[in-house]
Design a binder for this molecule. Structure first.
Ligand code: PLP
Length: 390
């Protein structure tokens, strides 16, 4: 199998699994207990919190463990909206966010909030002037993703942070794709809240965190016990938290080398596809792109057919986000960068991981060439096109 869907999820690193195992068996104590046995769990949580805080240039007490990226996104938006509703009920986000943000915004709109969805340009970048113009006296929150999960665009986060700070508006960023892949400094970038998830960085599924800057007045997301400074009750997912901490440690220490290796492979893949597959295009930018992301459109074919045929050759890719595939709607991200429906349908996202090899990329390119040609031979659209152009 060739796995090129690392933006959907990643394999849990063997070292991470080893680190987690004792917390299922020997060290199963509850971190809230008074006896010595429970304190082992408490120490393990503290260590993970410190590792993550250090990776972001934050304080350990600003890291709140959650059940993943979606929960962190929900919490950030709903809690700020509720806590600051006296100040205002306006939120600014973008048209290319993950559904965990977009659907939470839709929910808040039903609750009487107003949301501005910023456009992006043809490569997926927001316009800072547009952001500035969208700010109103009642704007309480700007939520803009660090990097897009479909087309890999890395947004100008530091500049967004400056604008938010100048206008005294909170800035949340969904960094689920970026964290562990590119350096993040919440101080330098003026980030007030940040979401991340374990399973996107070779950690376990079902665990993530929300960074909340000290001083932000936010209610509890889960009411109950005193865990997570009383803001997110429930007995901690200790194996998950330990695994997340280890995954972050590994990601941070290998980041530079991985980014170099993956971006070289990425550019090799992009270069060969654009050159060797006629009527193909790259979605997303050349520069300021996630090191592991590629996304292509192939005219005259359906992305879904391409995916199925790649799957038959043991190659795992995606036609956009895992949440969009399965539905016949083209991706909201591809529509937002201005692609017409019929072209947005023929898209393929291939996202590399730390174990991806050049050999796998070569095999994949040959498979794409063969399948695209075969699908086009069966395509009436392509037939028409050839007739017209001859
Ligand atoms: C995967 C993803 C999420 C959701 O994270 P989960 O941990 O799967 O809930 C949110 N935002 C982005 C950008 C993602 O890629």
């Amino acid at each position: 199998m060739i796995y090129l869907d690392n933006a959907a999820t990643t394999k849990t690193d063997e070292k991470v699994v080893q680190e987690m195992l004792p917390y299922f068996s020997e060290n199963y104590g509850n971190a809230s207990s008074v006896y010595e046995f429970g304190s082992k769990s408490k120490l393990a949580i503290n260590k993970a919190r410190e590792t993550i805080a250090e990776a972001l240039c934050a304080q350990p007490e600003e890291i709140y463990f959650t059940a993943g990226g979606s929960e962190s996104d929900n919490w950030a938006l709903k809690a700020v909206a509720e806590a600051y509703r006296e100040k205002g009920k306006h939120i600014i986000t973008t048209k290319i966010e993950h559904h965990a943000i977009l659907h939470t915004c839709a929910y808040l709109e039903k609750e009487g909030y107003q949301v501005t969805y910023l456009d992006v340009d043809e490569r997926g970048f927001i316009d800072l002037g547009e952001l500035q113009k969208a700010i109103r006296p009642d704007t309480v929150l700007i939520s803009i993703m660090f990097a897009n999960n479909e087309i890999g665009t890395i947004e100008p986060v530091e500049k967004i942070g400056e604008i938010a700070k100048e206008n005294e508006i909170f800035f949340h960023t969904d960094a689920v794709q970026a964290f562990g892949q590119i350096p993040i400094d919440v101080e330098k970038m003026h980030i007030d809240m940040l979401s991340a998830s374990g399973h996107k960085l070779n950690g376990p599924k079902g665990v993530g965190f929300l960074y909340i800057r000290k001083g932000i007045k936010m209610g509890s997301f889960i009411h109950g016990g005193a865990q997570e400074r009383k803001r997110r009750a429930g007995t901690e997912n200790i194996p998950g938290i330990v695994g997340l901490g280890k995954a972050v440690e590994l990601a941070v220490t290998s980041m530079e080398e991985r980014a170099k290796r993956e971006s070289e492979l990425r550019d090799y893949l992009i270069g060969r596809v654009l050159k060797e597959v006629p009527y193909s295009r790259l979605n997303g930018p050349r520069e300021n792109r996630l090191p592991n992301n590629t996304n292509f459109c192939f005219q005259f074919i359906e992305g879904e057919s391409l995916l199925i045929m790649l799957d038959m050759k043991g190659i795992c890719g995606s036609s956009g986000s895992a949440c969009t595939s399965g539905s016949l709607n083209p991706s909201h991200v591809l529509l937002a960068i201005g692609l017409p429906h019929e072209i947005a349908h023929g898209s393929l996202r291939l996202t590399l991981g730390k174990d991806t090899t050049k050999e796998e990329i070569d095999t994949t390119i040959e498979a794409i060439k063969e399948i695209v040609e075969r699908l086009r031979d069966m395509s009436p659209l392509y037939e028409d096109f050839k007739k017209k152009s001859s």
